[in-house]
Design a protein around this ligand. Structure first.
Ligand code: SF4
Length: 205
């Protein structure tokens, strides 16, 4: 039976405010913050991106920064040494190839080091307000548990969700599912007994 997605999203929206993860919609800020957030908890990422941007807030300043200083500013995030290098490389590429602007299309975003589909989709959705679905581990897991999709990879999930869910809901999916996945539909021991969509869920775990 096809899930009533409107009802599902409606219930999630009643519980979680869609209030936009980022403190700025500046494309460079969204891009770099999303790179920092990879394999790192949100509560760690936010203060780190704030600190980094207080010091270097443009591709021009970031490209000239000492990589050791970037490392020191971001050392709480996972893989901070690799990310410091990538942030500098990305900044230089933006200057060399895109006149200092962050690309607004998937093809060119994916050419940047350390940028995969999830990061690129975050930039498109949150910086450029383009309808898309950023699929991370929460979105992938929950979509499969709910039976919205039956997929093996986040890329397949993105395609399948876009076929299933009407376009005007796409941008909210990531934030709603991430919050829901952190609180209730957790990776291990989901709290099905208190779940707000329990009656709709086939619990494909
Ligand atoms: S009922 Fe359980 S598996 Fe289904 S969405 Fe809720 S927490 Fe996740």
């Amino acid at each position: 039976m096809k899930m009533d997605v409107e009802e599902l999203i409606g219930r999630l929206k009643k519980r979680y405010r869609v209030n936009f993860f980022y403190r700025s919609r500046d494309p460079f800020y969204v891009l770099i913050s999303t790179v920092l957030s990879q394999r790192t908890r949100d509560e760690v990422t936010y203060p780190v991106s704030g600190r980094l941007f207080e010091r270097f807030n443009s591709p021009e300043t970031m490209a000239l920064a000492d990589v050791k200083e970037i490392e020191d500013l971001i050392k709480e995030v996972g893989f901070y040494r690799v990310k410091a290098q990538r942030i500098r490389q990305i900044s230089q590429i933006l200057l060399d190839e895109y006149k200092g602007k962050v690309p607004d299309n998937m093809t060119n975003l994916l050419k940047l080091p350390g940028v995969g589909r999830k990061t690129a989709n975050c930039v498109l959705a949150y910086a450029y307000s383009i309808d898309t679905i950023a699929v991370d581990t929460h979105v992938h897991r929950i979509s499969n548990r709910l039976g919205l999709v039956n997929t093996k990879t986040p890329e397949q999930t993105e395609d399948a969700l876009k076929m299933y869910i009407q376009q005007d809901m796409w941008k909210d999916i990531n934030e709603l599912f991430v919050k829901f996945g952190q609180e209730i539909c957790r990776p291990i021991s989901p709290k099905c007994d208190i779940c707000i969509v329990n009656d709709m869920c086939p619990k494909i775990i």
